[in-house]
Design a protein around this ligand. Structure first.
Ligand code: PLP
Length: 378
């Protein structure tokens, strides 16, 4: 963390001085913090972003993996510009939200119905609340170390470390934010990643009390290693037997395949949370899945189990950008992105490998997608 504003006279340094006066730490999201100050964006196009100092960079971050077509894609800019002139948000439903929902539901057999929200955090929160409403149970299980946004329950044990994570057979629910209610800790069951035997043994101790098991199929804070077939199958079978739900967080991984990373497995989740790229560059989230579960949000039901609304949910700007972006992200585009990602990974692996050889360091690499065993260089 920076100690404070740098005294150099760059425009970025002086912007940061002003930011420190009004924003805690000088930023609105910790992820953009850099030493001695954040980079301040000026403009971007395609895969290049230029900062206020005039430095142009190739952008591999794409606003935290949310811009699948890069910056300012002309088709998205044109469609959104047109929509801006017609209104940005109404206390009315719109046709574009139906069209976009039809498109997304058409991408996966596991999606019968869908609701839009405004962020990945909100999608995960809504998904967990839907699972609770459907099952009538309140506990959830999640993978130790995985990131799912800011919802109290979903962030438990995201930053657990050896000093507090307890025994592997019984991981401790470790809060992220100070002040997290003890009741939240009591209602989150932490399981180890890709260890079906231990995970199931832990889940067995909570049989009948879990609403669902939350899983990111390629958790980026757990080493970007895909959930193994055995792990997903074990969780699917366990939740099915238990009457709880399998809940996938595909906020990032939905881009991995046309219908999301869930295509990698024979068994699918009951509900899926999405976000990031499906907004075409605008704030978004979505919850999709089984019709009977999604129906907990149905206000026409005899008993509305999970009242769900949001001032900007399904706003026509996001819907327009998202539909254009996702229509362009067809099967060919998915294949192309995966090919490019493979090339980038191989190049990065090769760069690290050369460095290790030069310095005679040991080199262990586990390829995230091929699941290769560790390699050791001489
Ligand atoms: C896997 C995963 N889930 C949920 C979220 C939360 O999404 P948002 O930042 O849109 O709230 C993120 C954000 O990085 C994420 O990576």
């Amino acid at each position: 963390m920076p100690e404070g504003p740098n005294v150099s006279q760059s425009l970025s340094a002086s912007l940061y001085e002003r930011a420190m006066e009004v924003l805690p730490g000088g930023v609105s999201r910790n992820t953009v913090l850099r030493k001695p100050h954040p980079l301040y964006a000026d403009h971007a196009s395609g895969c290049r972003v230029t900062d206020v100092e005039g430095v142009e960079r190739i952008d591999f971050a794409n606003n935290m993996a949310s811009l699948i077509h890069g910056h300012a894609h002309p088709a998205i800019v044109e469609a959104v510009t047109e929509q801006l002139g017609r209104g940005t948000a109404f206390t009315m439903a719109t046709e574009i939200e139906i069209r976009f929902a039809e498109h997304l539901v058409g991408r996966s057999d596991g999606f019968d119905k869908l609701r839009f929200v405004n962020s990945g955090t909100e999608a995960v929160m809504g998904m967990l609340k839907a699972a609770r409403a459907f099952t009538g149970r309140h506990k959830i299980a999640k993978v130790e170390g995985s990131y799912h946004g800011l919802y109290d329950y979903a962030e438990i044990s995201q930053t657990a470390d050896p000093s507090n994570w307890g025994a592997a057979t019984s991981p401790v629910a470790v809060p992220v934010a100070f002040g997290t209610p003890p009741a939240v800790l009591a209602d989150v069951v932490v399981i180890p990643f890709n260890d079906p035997e231990r995970a199931i043994a832990i889940l067995d101790r909570h049989r009948g009390s879990l609403a669902g098991v939350l899983l990111d199929p390629l958790p980026h804070r757990v080493g970007v290693i895909p959930a193994s077939l055995e792990f997903v199958e074990a969780l699917a079978e366990w939740t099915h037997d238990d009457g709880s739900l399998l809940l996938f967080d595909e906020v990032i991984t939905f881009r991995s395949e046309y219908g999301g990373a869930q295509e990698w497995y024979d068994v699918g989740p009951d509900l899926t949370a999405m976000g990031k790229m499906i907004g075409g560059g605008f704030p978004v989230g979505a919850i999709a899945g089984r019709a009977d579960v999604m129906d907990v949000m149905n206000p026409l039901a005899e008993t509305l189990l999970f009242p769900h609304s949001g001032t900007f949910s399904a706003n026509p700007v996001t819907m327009t950008a998202g539909l254009v972006a996702m229509e362009m992200y067809d099967r060919d585009a998915v294949d192309r992105v995966n090919r490019l990602a493979r090339r980038a990974r191989e190049g990065i692996d090769q760069g690290i490998r050369s460095l290790c050889v030069r310095h005679r360091w040991r080199f262990d690499v586990q390829s995230a997608h091929e699941g290769h065993a560790a390699n050791e260089l001489p």
